[in-house]
Design a protein around this ligand. Structure first.
Ligand code: CA
Length: 250
């Protein structure tokens, strides 16, 4: 739970989903404010300075990535995008425009609150980066990325990643909890002129998972965000289970 009342802005045009979000956030101890279209959202953001923004991509008056770019021109306030399952291309576009994370409808209260906690943590403490600069490593579950020796250990054993595999895992570890889009990973690894061919990433990821995961088909450390990219698990996720309250509107 939030110790200081963090202010969360919900931007959603569907009244029932907006109310669900407001109620859920208020019950979890957040100060929830709302806007029902892009234009009013932008004015609320500049007047109320929310700590985190929940943005529905399907708004009547403005395109989601337009809103994100506009917000990003003056603030780094974390933005968690809400999208329908059919809008994978839009999710990638939103992340590339500067959104921090996304959540797909239908989602439950537990998942929503976890995403918001992660987004807020990245603003306030950048915990995983501090951890890395302090210890030179990132740990989750039985996996450890050793940034000083360029190696990854599972159960204390070096899993012998190739240099490119290590760079992918290292990038995901530095951004644990956040989705890294294919575009961002390719650009980070091979520069701005990198080919935007996801196939090479999938090949690398298959090899990484064979070395890292007990069951590569049910990864525990690196998750696939279908059509968008990859995400490294955080320690808090290792214990998460049970999600009941749900909304299922598109
Ligand atoms: Ca909508």
């Amino acid at each position: 739970m939030a110790t200081i009342k963090s202010k969360i802005l919900v931007i959603e045009d569907d009244r029932s989903i907006r109310m669900f979000l407001k109620t859920t956030l208020a019950a979890a101890g957040y100060d929830a404010i709302t806007a029902d279209d892009g234009r009013s959202a932008l004015s609320v953001i500049s007047s109320h300075c929310p700590d985190c923004i929940l943005l529905d991509l399907g708004l009547p008056d403005m395109d989601g990535s337009e809103i994100i770019k506009s917000v990003r021109s003056w603030t780094s306030t974390p933005i968690v995008v809400i999208s329908a399952r059919s809008m994978e291309q839009d999710k990638a576009e939103a992340l590339d425009a500067g959104a921090d994370d996304y959540i797909t409808k239908p989602f439950g209260a537990v998942e929503l609150l976890a995403r918001i906690r992660t987004a807020l943590r990245h603003t306030y403490t950048q915990a995983e980066k501090d951890e890395i600069s302090l210890h030179g490593s990132y740990r989750v579950g039985d996996m450890e990325i050793d940034y000083k020796r360029y190696r990854v250990l599972v159960d204390g054993q070096d899993i012998h990643l190739t240099p490119n595999e290590f760079r992918i895992v290292a990038l995901l570890g530095r951004n644990a909890g956040r989705v890294m889009t294919y575009k961002v990973i390719l650009r980070e690894l091979w520069g701005p002129a990198a080919s935007m061919d996801n196939k090479i990433l999938r090949v690398h990821m298959a090899s990484i998972r064979r070395k890292m995961e007990v069951n590569p088909n049910e990864p525990r450390y690196i998750f696939t965000e279908v059509g968008v990219g990859y995400r490294m698990a955080e320690e808090t996720e290792m214990k998460t289970d049970g999600d009941t309250a749900c909304i299922d509107k598109g």
